[in-house]
Design a protein around this ligand. Structure first.
Ligand code: GLY
Length: 377
């Protein structure tokens, strides 16, 4: 998985949002260019890096020296790793830390980490001094292809995940693919589920390319960078057309309704990582689409086969520690998506590459489908 780190020409994808447009820069060794890029965009600014303990131990020294090398002074706020840091208490610590460090408008927040750090630091940036600019430096595959792009920032509430937040776009996303070399293979695999998602939503050719090239994507090198860039291009296009999820951005939630319910039932724990829940959720969304007569069963089987081929879960029964029952799952789905007159909103598909938002899914049909899946486990 490891190849020597050198800075090669990056791939660049633009998120087009008029005066809030920004580039996503993708390539091995790109973190080494962070200081130069910040100095060019915001001369004489200083930076506050928000990161977690795990990421700090791997990547903080290189990030700080990249900043120092370009004359950018930095300070660092380190929080505990894990979803628990998306809390009011940790948000308060980050906001006060930014003020203690005298980060002013014109300075920058750098979110160095996975999805939790991006969400937390981005939200802190949106509220401190009524809005500071921030840069995303995603260090997980999932963050590089999904959460760092598109400006969704949030912390969790006791009422649910991501319920307190803002749409607040970064000014730059710097995705250094060499940072993924230190990811545990299980986490890399979980992030890969989000890459597959893009092919399934809107690009059948990309899905077919992944079927052939997944081993190269896992191995690193140009195939990995290509897969990340294609994913970012698709997300950027969707966000450019529907920043605030009034329509098509919801397609990015393919697999997330079943997935969130399974993740919640597993206690948001190491039993089922988010990306694993997404792989399982997408498999279920395609199987459900087949059971509704929207697509032939072999198409759903093809999707499951690809996830299984890379070692992602495709069966509810495969969740370690026991699978939840249909009642639990239906209660969690109802909480997540609010049932209206017995109808649910789901992302379903008419083919590979043809996802759509279905607003009128009968909850009785979902329950019957889940009971069938659970009986077959
Ligand atoms: N992760 C889904 C979105 O950004 O809309």
């Amino acid at each position: 998985m490891t190849a020597p780190v050198r800075v090669n020409n990056p791939l660049v994808v633009n998120v087009e949002l008029a005066e809030r447009s920004y580039p996503i820069v993708i390539g091995r060794g790109q973190v080494l260019t962070l200081g130069q890029r910040i100095a060019a965009m915001r001369p004489r600014s200083k930076a506050a890096i928000v990161t977690d303990e795990n990421v700090a131990s791997h990547h903080l020294p290189a990030t700080r020296s990249a900043l120092a090398g370009a004359g950018v002074n930095s300070t660092c706020i380190t929080v505990a790793a894990g979803e628990g840091s998306k809390s009011f208490a940790v948000l308060e610590r980050v906001c006060e830390g930014l003020l203690d460090a005298r980060i002013e408008r014109g300075d920058l927040v750098v979110a160095l980490g996975g999805g939790v750090i991006g969400d937390l630091a981005g939200f802190a940036a949106s509220v401190v001094r009524r809005g500071l600019d921030y840069v995303q430096v995603p260090t997980s595959l999932l963050a590089q292809v999904d959460s760092s792009v598109g400006g969704k920032t949030a912390i969790d509430s006791r009422h649910g995940k991501n319920l307190i937040g803002a749409f607040y776009q970064p000014i730059l996303v710097l995705s250094d693919t060499a940072l993924l070399d230190t990811l545990p293979p299980r986490e890399f695999r979980a992030g890969y589920a989000e890459i597959v998602k893009y092919g399934l939503i809107c690009d059948a050719e990309f899905f077919a390319w992944l079927e052939t090239n997944a081993p190269e994507v896992f191995a690193g090198g140009p195939a990995r960078e290509h897969a990340i860039a294609v994913s970012c291009r698709m997300k950027a296009a969707i966000v450019g057309r529907d920043e605030r999820e009034t329509g098509e951005r919801a397609l990015l939630n393919l697999g997330h309704t079943f997935g969130h319910a399974l993740e919640a039932a597993a206690g948001f724990s190491g039993r089922l990582l988010h990306g694993e829940a997404v792989a399982l959720g997408i498999t279920l969304a395609f199987a459900f689409s087949a059971s509704c007569g929207l697509l032939p069963a072999p198409v759903a089987a093809r999707v499951a086969r690809h996830f299984a081929a890379v070692g992602l879960p495709t069966k509810i029964g495969s969740i370690p520690g026991g699978s939840p029952g249909a009642d639990t799952l239906m209660a969690l789905i109802a909480q997540d998506k609010k049932v209206r007159q017995g109808k649910l909103t789901f992302i379903l598909a008419r083919a590979i590459g043809a996802g759509f938002v279905a607003h009128d899914v009968e909850s009785a049909a979902v329950r019957a489908f889940l009971e069938e899946q659970l009986a077959a486990r």
